[in-house]
Design a protein around this ligand. Structure first.
Ligand code: 5RP
Length: 224
């Protein structure tokens, strides 16, 4: 993981922005650099409005004077920019390392285009090495944990400073350690039909453009 690669990828979003756009704003340390660039461009006069995916991004966007809208105020978002934890060659990914997967998926699926900014360590042959986050309502936490354990998915309740990590929706996260996910489409359905599961971090057929920081440069990979 390289901070320089994250910064290079984040700054490259300038190539994809124009006046009048409604943007979706992701969450995370790589997205931070993209938002920094968006903030600079807004300061220089770029006219955009944006929908945020987390309370952390709300605060950052406000500090950069990026005008925010509620998702209820927009019919469609032109472009959502976000980070990711892993992406494979089929443009399928895992997200939610920062815990914002639910709002991120709602915003991503309301967008005409999705662009991810990444450092080169996030590109993988097959997704699944990164623990897959599953957002669970508090009532069902123990119950869902037991089901995932029985399935052999090596669940772990996500913690933060000695307490259970709480999402912006007031839910908990269970990370499952799967190794390689051979059939992510089957896995997505299998997880989401468990009662109490709100969403999972598989982002399948969502991203259109991947901007990867690589050494001193940036590679742009577009879905055909
Ligand atoms: C947050 C996310 C992040 O975009 C993802 O975890 C990547 O974060 P980072 O750029 O900090 O590695 O999905 O829910």
């Amino acid at each position: 993981m390289s901070d320089k690669e994250k910064e290079l990828a984040g700054a490259k979003v300038s190539d994809f922005l124009s006046d009048g756009m409604i943007l979706g704003l992701g969450t995370g340390t790589t997205f931070f650099y993209a938002l920094k660039k968006i903030g600079e461009m807004v300061k220089e006069g770029l006219q955009i409005k944006a929908v945020s995916t987390s309370s952390a991004t709300d605060k950052l966007a406000e500090s950069y004077n990026v005008p925010l809208l509620s998702i209820d105020d927009v019919d469609e978002i032109d472009l959502t920019i976000d980070g990711a934890d892993e992406v494979d060659s089929n443009f399928n990914g895992i997200k939610g390392g920062g815990g914002a997967l639910l709002f991120e998926k709602i915003v991503a699926k309301s967008s005409k285009k999705n662009l991810w900014v990444l450092d080169s360590s996030k590109i993988v042959d097959k997704i699944g090495d990164f623990p897959l986050p599953i957002e669970v309502v508090p009532f069902a936490l123990g119950n869902v944990f037991k089901r995932l354990d029985k399935l052999g998915y090596n669940p772990e309740i996500r913690m933060n400073k000695g307490k259970k990590f709480l999402t912006d929706s007031g839910n908990y996260i269970i990370d499952v350690n799967l190794g390689i996910i051979d059939d992510p489409y089957k896995m997505e359905v299998e997880l989401n039909i468990i009662p109490g599961v709100v969403e999972n971090g598989l982002f399948l057929d969502i991203v259109d453009i991947v901007v990867v920081g690589k050494g001193d440069g940036v590679e742009i990979i577009r879905k055909e």
